[in-house]
Design a protein around this ligand. Structure first.
Ligand code: ADP
Ligand code: MG
Length: 602
């Protein structure tokens, strides 16, 4: 066996294996280069899903003639020069690998013109051939790169490409994502000569929302809450969808850190945790978030496509994201209803510095729902803003000697089919899903007790035994201190047995063994048993407990007093606008909406 250095063409082909998987990966690299070059306009043109041809044209700074050859040389970059630079990368690229890798597996025409040049220069590269001299090329300032016949000479890779339609789908998603990451850049997307979309540069908030609506859909923008938090050297802004707009796939989850799209486990985990108590765990939240931080706190040089990162202080980022998003998703309703100070969602002091106050949505709710076109009334789910505007609810707290005003959720009039409560409010009517609302109340109560470490635990007259797999029992044992805080007193009494000696008083009459089995099997899914995971699991299991336990079951008749008591409890409970699984607990029908329903002019 002899050891030989590989020829550079082969090295580039190997590198291309990591960087270039399909037309969409070529698009990503070229678009990132255009953004790094300061382009304000990018035009993407593709034929046959980008397999036959993919062209990216930008109006950025261009590449000088003398540097064209370097640009397509491996490990040549204008973006970093030292280890210091590497530790604080501010550009999207820095590895100097993309252009040579692409040129190793496709035909590439690289044409570029700098502002000071009279014309551009073209470098026509063919895989495996030597580097030609640049030829003069008339063109506007900027760079135009055309990549044709991807993998034509690498049949083993070409076989992995899908049909043009599928590849077009990937191209489209990639272009939209990059356009979301660079809102100041005008992006056009053309396929087979037809412009599929055009995202205009956004200069103000309204334009930005329009751009996001055109890239992610109107519905997302309609259903999303705008948030902005700052503190501890971190800045988070963006949109998080209301729980009711959850998805069956995690496809509407976009997070940009310092402008770079990141799909990272820690981030996804933090956001999942933020939604844990308003969303069923099988559903995926939708969000578009921009996180800004000191680039030195972040290592982007973990993976060739740079979508995974390493944080110097992962725990801090996790907490910041989880708390901020949790707060935003909890929405304005509980705060306006004067939620108790021990509100579990309260961010740590200093974590949130939102000029409008952490509870105020930056994007005010419309004063009334848009007029229905066909007589249908659009129900707006629980938002105190809808009911009272922003200032009014505070008055509820100080009205001691004045005439008591109508409480936000009004007074119960009737129960409908044992499922809903109809209540009259100051501005209209409210319908409450009794079961869903009570579920939330029980969950919040359980969490409050857990948080305050005051879970009242009740010794069981007859300790019950739970049979588990040995590894499950091991895990449960690890988690004992945590479970104790929940009011569950467990002992390991055999390799496969746990004994329940005490359980939360709140769950009197509940099947404790089933609860423990649930909890333990949930813990089993985690590959690391850390605090986040436990908190997350508890939220989820508590949600199920609340759902199955003493919650008011639909169908039970309540008298007027009981109904009013339930309404008052909802008002006091944080996050009470959604049940544990993200469904709304109450909806408002304003007089305006009712009038519109009956075509009554007022
Ligand atoms: P990297 O982006 O990691 O630096 P690339 O191989 O993607 O590596 O690009 C190599 C170099 O070519 C870049 O550092 C940059 O100087 C130059 N370059 C590439 N694309 C463009 C462009 N669209 N406009 C201006 N310069 C570019
Ligand atoms: Mg690059």
């Amino acid at each position: 066996m002899t050891i030989k250095a590989l020829p550079s063409h082969l090295i580039n082909q190997i590198a291309a294996g990591e960087v270039v998987e399909r037309p969409a990966s070529v698009l990503k690299e070229l678009m990132e280069n255009a953004i790094d070059a300061g382009a304000s306009r990018i035009q993407i043109e593709a034929d046959e899903g980008g397999i036959a041809r993919l062209q990216i044209h930008d109006n950025g700074c261009g590449i000088q003639r003398a540097e064209l050859a370097l640009a397509v040389t491996r490990h040549a970059t204008s973006k970093i020069a030292s280890l210091d630079d590497l530790e604080s990368v501010a550009t999207l690229g820095f590895r100097g690998e993309a252009l040579p890798s692409i040129a190793a597996v496709a035909e590439m025409n690289l044409a570029s013109r700098c502002a000071e040049d009279e014309h551009g220069w073209l470098l026509a590269l063919r895989p495996g051939e030597t580097l030609p001299d640049p030829r003069p090329q008339p063109m506007p300032c900027g760079t135009q790169i055309t990549v044709s016949r991807l993998f034509h000479r690498v049949p083993a890779r070409k076989r992995f490409l899908r049909g043009a339609k599928t590849e077009l789908g990937h191209l489209d998603a990639t272009a939209r994502r990059l356009a979301l990451g660079a809102p100041e850049v005008d992006v056009r997307f053309v396929h087979q000569g037809r412009m599929l979309w055009h995202a205009r540069a956004a200069e103000d908030d309204a334009a930005l929302e329009q751009r996001i609506a055109s890239l992610l859909g109107e519905e997302f923008v309609d259903q999303a809450l705008h948030l902005g938090y700052e503190g501890q050297g971190l800045r988070l802004s963006g949109w998080v969808a209301r729980p009711a707009f959850s998805r069956s796939r995690g496809d509407l989850q976009h997070v940009f850190i310092n402008g770079r799209y990141i799909r990272d486990r820690l981030i996804i985990g933090a956001l999942k945790a933020a939604y844990a108590d308003v969303l069923h765990y099988s559903r995926h939240p939708a969000y578009l978030l921009y996180l800004e931080m000191d680039p030195r706190e972040l290592d982007v040089n973990v993976h060739p496509t740079k979508q995974e990162v390493r944080f110097r202080e992962g725990r801090r980022i996790f907490d910041f994201l989880r708390r901020s998003v949790q707060q935003a998703v909890a929405g304005p309703a509980p705060a306006a209803f004067a939620s108790p100070p021990q509100n579990a969602a309260e961010p740590q002091s200093g974590a949130v510095v939102d000029p409008a106050g952490p509870d105020a949505p930056e994007r005010p709710e419309p004063a009334s729902p848009p007029a229905p076109a066909s007589g249908a009334v659009r129900l707006q789910s629980g938002s105190a803003q809808m009911l009272y505007g922003s200032a009014a609810p505070r008055q509820l707290l100080i009205a001691e000697d004045a005439v008591a005003p109508t409480p936000p959720l009004g007074f119960a009039l009737a129960q409908i089919h044992g499922v809903y409560i109809l209540s009259q409010t100051e501005t209209g009517a409210v319908l409450v899903d009794m079961h869903a609302a009570h579920e939330r109340i029980v969950l919040e109560e359980l969490k409050r007790r857990l948080q305050g470490q005051t879970a009242v635990s009740q010794p069981l007259l007859l300790p019950s035994t739970v049979n588990l797999q040995e590894d499950e029992a091991d895990r449960a044992e690890e988690a004992l201190p945590m479970l104790e805080r929940l009011g569950l007193d467990l002992r390991r009494v055999g390799p496969q047995q746990l004994e329940i000696r005490a359980a939360p008083a709140l769950l009197d009459g509940f099947d404790h063994a089933a609860l423990v089995r649930d909890l333990v099997s949930d813990l089993g899914e985690a590959d690391v048993l850390d605090l986040h995971r436990l908190e997350f699991t508890l939220d989820r299991v508590l949600g199920n407990m609340a759902c199955k336990s003493g919650s008011v079951k639909a169908g039970r008749a309540l008298d007027r007093m009981e109904m009013n008591a339930l309404l008052r409890q909802i008002e006091r409970t944080p996050r009470s606008a959604q049940c544990c699984h993200g469904r709304p607990t109450w909806v408002e029908l304003s007089m305006d909406a009712l009038d519109k329903l009956f075509l009554r002019g007022r």
